[in-house]
Design a protein around this ligand. Sequence first.
Ligand code: SF4
Length: 137
Amino acid sequence: MSAAGGDPPTARAPYTCPSAPANAGAGLIGVLGPDGRIHNLRTPMTVDADFLNAAKAAGPPEARMRFSGTCQTSACVQWTGSRCGVIDRAMEALQAHATPDLPPCTIRASCRWFAQTGPKACATCALIVTDTRIAAE
Ligand code: SF4
């Protein structure tokens, strides 16, 4: 993996999806703060069905938290054929500037977005909410 994002990230596996569905066994990687940004956990945490059932009482967990799972590559609708399209579109739309200090992250070593794009992905990552239904309301 290249921190500069220079390696083709296509077939090598497994990468970790940083915007996965809230399924039992997923990793909880960050929580939406009142500032509208995702604040990453510093310690890995795996969620179970009880956690998710409690979280769903307040609406879709993916609207308030970010979860990780195995990147599904071509089995995911976000796969462009060679990479994950989510981070590319988000970077284009949000134009976040990378900072010298990377945010804490429990999945960076295997993160699909970091493998594709490097530190620029981390600057945009904090602005991405997986499920925007609540925000849209
Ligand atoms: S883009 Fe950066 S901060 Fe976001 S999950 Fe990947 S490595 Fe972590």
